[in-house]
Each structure stands twice: as C-alpha cells, then as structure tokens.
Ligand binder design. Structure first.
Ligand SMILES: Cc1cc2nc3c(=O)[nH]c(=O)nc-3n(C[C@H](O)[C@H](O)[C@H](O)COP(=O)(O)OP(=O)(O)OC[C@H]3O[C@@H](n4cnc5c(N)ncnc54)[C@H](O)[C@@H]3O)c2cc1C
Length: 429
C-alpha cells in the first residue's frame, strides 16, 4: 500500500472495530470502509453484559454503541451476521463465499470464551449479548426457586461480577477458583485477597486453590467433582475462565501463539497492510521490547485511534496509561498502569490489606523504586490523583508525598478504610 488506502476492511464489529472506523472518519479519511461482524447485532458494549444487563437494570437496547443507519451515515458499509473465514493478500473471504477486496485490513475479532472438557451445553459462558440474555433468563428462573443456586467456575472479574448479580437476586452462589486468591493475575496475591473478601462478604461460598476435575451427569442441574475430593451441585452454572483470541480464520500464516503479534503501532508482523486492535492484538511495547496483549475496554479504543493514524500516515497519539475497572458488590475496582511489571507494593490509603474495610483501599505497584500501577477499591477520586504519577513513573518518595498530601473523604472520622496507610514494604504481587 502506498499513500492512503482506497478501501479499509475492518473485521470484527465490536468495540475495537467500531472505534477504528470512527477514528478513520474523524481523522478525515474519505475512502471506502467496510465493517464485517460475525454477530447479527450492530456494535454494542460488553462491560454492561455482566453488570447492568445481568442485574436487570438495563435492557438490551442500552448496550448499543451504534446502529447500521449511523454507520451508513458515516459512509461505512456493514456486513453483519457474516464471519470472515480467510485472509488473502488484499482480500478477505466471507462465510457466504464472497470476497471483499481492500488495500488495508484491520483485525478486531476479540475473544471466544474458554470452556472445560465435558462442559454440558446448558452450562453458560459470557462473551456476547446473546450469552448475557440467556444467562439472565437462567438467573431469573433460578432466582424464583426456593434456595436457588448458581455455580461460577472462575473467580476473575467476570466470574465475580456474575456472582455479584446473582447474589443481588438472592441466589446462593458458589465460586470455584483454581488459584489461592481470585483475580491474582490482574491484581497480585495481596490485593487479590481483597477481591476474595468482596466475594465472601457478599455472601458467596468461595472455594480457592481447587480445580474442577469433571462434570457429573445431573440432568437439568449441574454437578461437578473437585480436585480436593468434594463435589458441588447447583441449579445452574457459568464458566468464566477467560477467552482465547478468535484468530483461527487466519490459518497458519501468522504467529498467533498469544494473540496476533504486532509492531508498536498495531501492524501485524509478517503481513503487509494488516493491523490488529483490541483483545486479539499483542502489540510490541517499545519500553520493554516485549509484546503485550490487553483485554481491557479502554485499550481497544486507544489502539483503534493509533491504528487509524498509522493507516493514514499521521503521527500516533501519545501512549495512554492503561486503565481497567470492574463493578462488583456495590464497589468499583480500578486499576491504572501495568501491575505485571511490579516487584513490590506500597499501601497508600485504607487498611483493607490489614483486615480493615476493603472500600477505600488504594495501593501502588512499584518496579524497584518507580510507580508502575495503582489499584483502588471504591476510591475513584483517590486513584485519579495517582494517574499522572503512574504516567511519569514517579519514585516512591514522590508517591508517598502525594499520599500524605491527600485528605481522603472521611479522614478524621475514624477508620473507614480511606485514611493514609502506614508506608511499609510489601511482597511483590
Ligand atoms: C462480559 C464482559 C464484561 C467486561 N467488562 C469489562 C470491564 O468492566 N472493564 C473493562 O475494561 N473491560 C471489560 N470487558 C472487556 C472489553 O469489553 C473488551 O476488552 C472489548 O470488548 C474488546 O474489544 P474488541 O473489539 O477487541 O473485541 P469484541 O468487543 O469482543 O469484538 C469482537 C467482535 O468480532 C467478532 N468476530 C469474531 N470473529 C470474527 C470473524 N471471523 N469475522 C467477523 N467478525 C468476527 C465478534 O463476534 C465480536 O463481535 C468485558 C468483557 C466482557 C465479555
């Protein structure tokens, strides 16, 4: 491809695909754009699927991010309910046998939920709007039973949000987590323990460090055998053990070992004029020289903006600070930065790690002496103060000065979990 393309093909009509076409147009691109999506729905938002939609506070219409008409007005031709099945140089083949020809391709095909061996068909997973509506119908049914119960396999953020929605409906919930604490990969062991407390304090029967060995035939119900010799039976079950990038349609022409290997502006390695954004894309991180794949909402939009610039030959926007949130048990968990780079922790506010209230706890993640991430539990205003420090990689002394200078809401009213924490070293996450 020389100069600007004539026709951009965007494969995957989720968040990353939608934001890519929007950024192309808002950056002045006047060529043709086609958006191909395997689902029949116009682009919609996934975070509410495990939150407002599942609790029944929102109906399906509210998760819409765009419509076919709005995309049409943007000059974007949509192919919905149409799966891409192969990528050829300058063309994408669709499931109905048609080929779309374009001189730039953006891959934004997201994840497919992982399942367990022998998983019965009536056990739910949660990735799409249709998945969420099916799970909501099950929660409505189980919630109407006397003593209705739900088994959630996987205590990560989605599993915890499903557990929270089910508890709000009065359902007895058991969560199985293979690691010693839930969300350990995202939060680290020490703050993962706070995520565990949210589940337990929310009335969940949390079983950690235990694996599911098999599903046992239980008719319409679900029964499982566990690695510690025990068993669990419930009226319904959800498996939330993460997802795998949807890349099988690319065949073996590219490295998809952990997502689609890309350069620092999203260009897919080994392919000409092909970019990738969102949950599928493992972009090169120029500061570490390693590849990193993120499954977070803001990342999909940030990468879409950078890819649109790169396609148009414009300067990419400055690298943003990664951000993630999860809403569970009436509290927002927020994470700014890259905790996986940390080797030690620094408590900043609240005393959740010492057994106090989880709400109001804020902790920093340091790599050596430098701040690489901050996590907060129900402390949105506090974490906002640390975002610039994460962006700058501020040193420990600067972080502690900021913590000492913040008078958090409720300070001086006894221990409510938001007062400045005693600075002391913590083990790595
Ligand atoms: C239930 C749930 C809750 C979440 N909550 C949060 C949250 O609280 N905070 C947060 O930061 N992130 C959250 N996320 C993650 C966030 O939604 C994702 O990071 C984001 O949607 C990624 O966008 P994407 O475009 O990469 O993938 P997606 O939004 O999944 O879009 C990919 C699209 O591509 C389509 N597709 C796949 N294969 C093909 C093909 N071969 N041809 C054509 N189309 C194809 C898929 O059908 C899908 O519609 C949540 C995700 C889920 C599932």
């Amino acid at each position: 491809m020389r100069g600007q393309p004539e026709h951009v093909l965007v494969i995957g009509a989720g968040l990353g695909g939608l934001r890519t076409v929007e950024h192309l147009r808002s950056s002045g691109f006047q060529g043709r754009i086609s958006l191909v999506g395997a689902e029949v729905h116009a682009p919609y938002d996934r975070p509410p699927l495990s939150k407002q939609l599942l609790t029944g506070h929102w109906e399906a219409e509210r998760v819409a991010l765009s419509t076919v008409e709005a995309l049409d007005e943007l000059g974007v031709r949509t192919y919905l309910g149409m799966r891409a099945v192969a990528l050829r140089p300058g063309a994408v083949e669709l499931a109905d046998g048609a080929s779309l020809h374009g001189d730039a391709v953006v891959i934004a095909t997201g994840l497919v939920p992982r399942t367990l061996p022998g998983q019965p068909a009536h056990v739910h997973t949660l990735r799409t709007l249709d998945d969420a509506l099916a799970l909501r119908a099950t929660l409505e049914r189980v919630g109407s039973l006397l003593g209705g119960s739900l088994l959630v396999v996987g205590g990560g953020f989605i599993g915890a949000e499903v557990a929270s929605a089910a508890r709000a409906r009065g359902i007895a919930v058991t969560v199985l987590e293979a690691l010693p604490v839930p969300s350990a990969r995202a939060l680290g062991t020490e703050l993962g323990a706070l995520a565990a407390r949210l589940l337990v304090e929310g009335g969940v029967d949390l079983r950690t460090a235990v694996g599911l060995t098999s599903f046992v035939d239980a008719g319409d119900r679900v029964a499982v055998a566990l690695s510690d010799g025990s068993a669990v039976e419930a009226d319904a079950a959800v498996v939330g053990i993460g997802g795998a990038p949807q890349l099988e349609w690319l065949g073996d022409r590219v490295d998809t070992t952990d997502g689609l290997a890309c350069g620092p502006t999203g260009r897919v390695c080994g392919l000409d004029a092909v970019w990738a954004v969102g949950d599928v894309a493992a972009w090169e991180d120029t500061t570490t020289g390693t590849r990193h794949r993120s499954e977070h909402w803001t990342n999909a939009g940030d990468q879409a903006a950078a890819v649109a610039c790169d396609i148009l030959g414009a300067e990419p926007p400055p690298a943003p600070v990664p951000y993630f949130w999860s809403d569970q048990f009436g509290l927002k968990i927020q994470l700014v930065g890259r905790p996986e780079r940390a080797d030690n922790m620094l408590p900043l506010h609240g005393d959740g790690p010492d057994g106090g209230a989880v709400r109001g706890t804020v902790a920093g993640y340091l790599a050596g002496d430098h701040l690489v991430a901050v996590a907060a539990f129900g402390a949105a205003r506090l974490i906002a103060r640390y975002r610039p420090l994460v962006a700058d990689g501020a040193d420990r002394a600067a972080v502690l000065r900021t913590a000492a200078g913040i008078r958090p809401p409720g300070a001086g009213r006894g221990t409510n979990g938001a007062g400045p924490a005693r600075p002391r070293p913590r083990p790595p996450p």
